[in-house]
Design a protein around this ligand. Structure first.
Ligand code: NDP
Length: 608
């Protein structure tokens, strides 16, 4: 029997690349990008940058009288989480549902983000929720943003969620009224509405951010963030045709998943484009195609649930007999363990498993680097577009036109890795090293604050029984919930989103499971006529202990990654707060909990 070290050497010797050289290259590329200010390098769209946050789609003159009424349920957020909560509550028989939403309509991410080229890169047949309920089959394998936004609106119409909705309204405080056993919901429009149940689904990538580049406020040309695309200035629409840019020199800052979709349109329509890149994205094949009408006709009842569950199993390493979606997400399933832990391969010895992962990762990234080389004509530009890090260090992207855009004469890639990003902005230029790039317009594709719900970010203060401050309660020792949904001391308050639960790349599926669970709990509370849904101290403690016990150790992987929002800009958190056995097991656990008497843990009428 060979020693493990020998087995490792034998395996590595068979490869057609040198893993040690790649490891060294990855380390060096990471070192180039580490900044001492980590996530503090960014700034919010507030104060002097508040104009960046203005809603280009809503009526700015809109006013209404404050509401002082009572509904059964308030849902904070009108994205897919809020819509699914509304739909599932409606199915459970709740009639008075009010969605409160900052934007001027439903859609969440898809309301705000309307930049040219916008598509969802998760397959539409599993991403768009409630397709069978609405009798709809998306037109493309990967849907454009407009179709998704329209579907969100159709869901709202179908389930009557426009009836009591409040748009252009932000919830500013939730306060529990002990005497009445209900929440008082305060908003920035002076509302003080009362609700028995409150469901917070305020999103995870919903607060756009700007880089803290010196001089950003001095720029005299036009500027905006991709999540507030200004078509009045650029002309055109999400399909392109940006005629307003025909005589403009445009700077695009950032090369993440958003920029990958925007750049081909800027390249096609603007006079001059400078793409300022700090870290290249991995860009895999897209292969979008229209829906085959025969296939759509052949779908049998239950098809969407089956397809969604099949995808979830495949991408999280749970045995499945077939791969229905069959795309770049499913073919890289094993690599995704480093983002969404599942313990799926726990029976393989750790060292063997890590080496196998790493080699598969090198092979995938070699393939993507070779794609850059084969596509981009200019050798130096091709070299700069090659990603040198492990696959799941950054959000993978997909495009069949992004890399090709750098072959256009008016498009220049400006590499900013050695200067830790764009160094300065002046009245009329973007500065990197000793060069000033004069431009008419700067577009920030610089992303969003990550993973923070309104509650955790402190934007939405919550006061529970006896006036207890939820964020403060959680700040000492971390959040304490049962299944991520509710916390002791804060009755009838439900959280949707990533919080002591399990996640997956098809996040709308995760939200649907969460919404379904919450709606069933509320339905039971109504049936039993229990005023308060609130976990017992024992059940909450047990869940927090389970989360901690099962937490996967992703620290080493993330610490070796190039900086980005996945690893808190190079400073990964020591502890994962997600359920280590993964989403398939988590959903099964919730189903069992509901059917095997778990409800008693939250419906005990206990005057704490
Ligand atoms: P990201 O956070 O992914 O990208 C921000 C970009 O800005 C990065 O390339 C970053 O570089 C760059 N950047 C930041 N500061 C500077 C600076 N000072 N100088 C130069 N460059 C800078 O934001 P996105 O909007 O692209 O994507 C956010 C998320 O939204 C995605 O990860 C994905 O989850 C989601 N999304 C999903 C899509 C879908 O189809 N489902 C489509 C689009 C987005 P660096 O990498 O070096 O930090």
């Amino acid at each position: 029997m060979p020693e493990p070290q020998d087995a490792r050497k034998d395996l590595e010797a068979e490869l057609d690349f040198d893993p040690e050289a790649l490891r060294a290259k990855y380390r060096a590329e990471r070192e180039r990008r580490i900044r001492p200010d980590g996530s503090r390098q960014y700034q919010q769209l507030a104060g002097e940058f508040g104009a960046y946050d203005e809603d280009p789609h809503a009526d700015r003159e809109f006013t209404r009288e404050p509401l002082h009424d009572r509904v059964e349920a308030v849902i904070v957020g009108g994205g897919f989480g809020g819509l699914l909560a509304g739909a599932r509550l409606r199915q459970a028989g709740v009639r008075e549902i009010r969605v409160v939403e900052k934007g001027g309509d439903f859609g969440g991410t898809w309301y705000w983000n309307r930049y040219p080229g916008i598509h969802c890169d998760i397959e539409s047949y599993i991403y768009l929720p409630l397709l069978e309920e609405l009798g709809y089959v998306p037109r493309w394998k990967y849907a454009p943003g407009e179709e998704i936004r329209e579907h969100a609106r159709a869901v709202a119409r179908h389930f009557g969620l426009y009836d009591h909705a409040c748009f252009q309204t932000q919830v500013t405080e939730l306060r529990w009224d002990d005497a009445e056993s209900e929440w008082i919901v305060a908003t920035d429009r002076g509302d003080r509405m009362r609700a028995r149940y409150v469901i917070v689904s305020s999103g995870t990538l919903s607060e756009a951010k700007l880089p803290g580049i010196p001089g950003i406020e001095t720029f005299r040309g036009h500027t905006f963030h991709t999540s507030r695309w200004d078509y009045d200035y650029t002309g055109g629409d999400a399909n392109g045709g940006l005629t307003g840019l025909a005589d403009k020199r445009v700077a695009l800052i950032g090369t993440g998943a958003t920029a990958i979709q925007v750049v081909p349109h800027l390249g096609a329509d603007a006079k001059r484009v400078y793409v300022f890149q700090r870290t290249p994205s991995s860009v895999d094949v897209r292969g979008n195609r229209p829906t085959d009408p025969q296939w759509a006709k052949s779908l049998e009842p239950g098809w969407q649930r089956r397809r969604r569950e099949n995808f979830l199993k495949v991408v999280t390493g749970v045995r499945a007999d077939e791969d229905l979606v069959d795309d770049a997400w499913t073919s890289t399933a094993r690599l995704q363990e480093k983002l969404i832990p599942t313990n799926a391969y726990a029976d393989v010895p750790a060292e063997e498993r890590e080496l196998a992962y790493e080699i598969a990762d090198f092979q995938k990234m070699n393939e993507l680097r070779a794609r850059v080389e084969a596509t981009v004509e200019e050798a130096e530009t091709a070299e700069r577009l090659k990603p040198w890090y492990r696959y799941m260090c950054k959000r993978p992207t997909f495009s069949d036109s992004y890399l090709q855009t750098f072959n256009r004469p008016g498009v220049t890639l400006v590499d900013t890795a050695d200067t830790h990003g764009v160094q300065r902005i002046t009245e009329n230029a973007v500065v990197v090293g000793d060069r000033e790039y004069e431009v008419d317009c700067i577009i920030f594709a610089t992303g969003f604050e990550v993973g923070v719900s309104g509650v955790l970010s402190g934007r939405l203060p919550v006061y529970g029984r006896g006036g207890a401050d939820l964020l403060r309660t959680w700040m000492s020792g971390g959040p304490r919930t049962l299944h991520g949904f509710y916390s002791r001391g804060f009755p009838n308050l439900f959280h949707l989103g990533p919080l002591q639960n399990a996640s997956a790349v098809n996040y709308v599926h995760i939200l649907d499971e969460q919404a379904t669970h919450v709606a069933e709990v509320i339905a039971q509370a109504r049936k039993w006529q229990t005023r308060c849904v609130e976990p017992t101290a024992e059940s909450q403690d047990a869940w927090v202990a389970t989360i901690r016990r099962k937490a996967a150790d992703l620290y080493r992987f993330q610490a070796e990654c190039t900086p980005g929002y996945y690893n808190n800009e190079g400073r990964p958190r020591e502890r994962s707060e997600s359920y280590g056995d993964g989403p398939v097991a988590f959903h099964e656990l919730l189903r069992r909990w509901r059917s095997e008497g778990g409800l008693r843990e939250v419906l005990a009428e206990d005057e704490a």
